[in-house]
Design a binder for this molecule. Structure first.
Ligand code: 5RP
Length: 223
């Protein structure tokens, strides 16, 4: 993987917010990757934490790094969740799910006291929506769900990978919904999740507590 300096800078900086004894949510994607590597270093240097992962991919990386993982039956609440995003605005509203992990990511974010979001500077936007909004849907009768989404103006496209339908870790499909610009994110969030067959959508409106933005020169700033 080619190093993206902004992602690396933001991802590594976020690990500095982890304190001994914390339960940490591990995000998914190429920015959270750098956070997990840095957490691995800290753990090998003696940092005592426990972690839960937002995807099979991050779980595997955490195991390789020697980060102690716990089962959800041992988790009451998560102290800090560190995750990437596909778009973020200055009000800390996000689009997530480009990597297809949005349902698990939202469950972990909702159970976390803090959510630190790590992005490179190109993902900071004035208005959400240029990035197609991922919507996770049940495979059962997905064509009907698809048509319901067409009817409410979502312009969905079934996500494919290697010429196959992309399947999430939960065995669902992703419909990427093309809006260009989202005007009322809260209303859209409710409207999408009201469609039977929709498991979750990639709008994260009230979860992020801190945004760390990495620039191409390796500097970071925070909102
Ligand atoms: C996965 C996500 C990722 O956080 C998002 O796609 C950003 O990924 P990356 O850091 O690779 O750009 O939401 O579902």
């Amino acid at each position: 993987m080619q190093t993206n300096i902004g992602k690396k800078a933001a991802g590594e900086k976020a690990a500095g917010y982890i304190k001994p004894g914390m339960t940490v949510g591990l995000g998914t994607g190429s920015t959270a990757y750098y956070t997990i590597l840095r957490i691995g270093e800290l753990v090998r240097d003696g940092l005592d934490i426990k972690a839960v992962a937002t995807s099979a991919q991050s779980e595997e990386l955490a195991r390789e790094q020697g980060i102690p993982l716990i089962d959800f039956d041992q988790v009451d609440s998560i102290d800090i969740d560190i995750d990437g995003a596909d778009e973020a605005d200055a009000q800390l509203q996000l689009i997530k799910g480009g990597g297809g992990a949005l349902l698990r990511e939202k469950i972990i974010a909702a159970a976390s006291k803090e959510m630190v979001v790590v992005i490179d500077e190109q993902k900071l936007v004035k208005h959400l929506g240029k990035f197609p909004l991922p919507v996770e849907v049940a495979t059962f009768a997905w064509e009907l769900t698809f048509r319901q989404l067409v009817a409410i103006g979502a312009h969905p496209v079934l996500r494919m990978k290697d010429n196959q339908r992309f399947l999430t870790d939960n065995g669902n499909y992703i419909l990427d919904c093309h809006y260009q610009k989202i005007h009322n994110a809260a209303a859209l969030h409710a409207q999408l999740n009201n469609v039977p067959g929709v498991m979750e959508n990639g709008l994260f409106l009230h979860y992020a507590t801190r945004l760390i933005i990495g620039a191409a020169d390796g500097s970071v700033r925070e909102i």
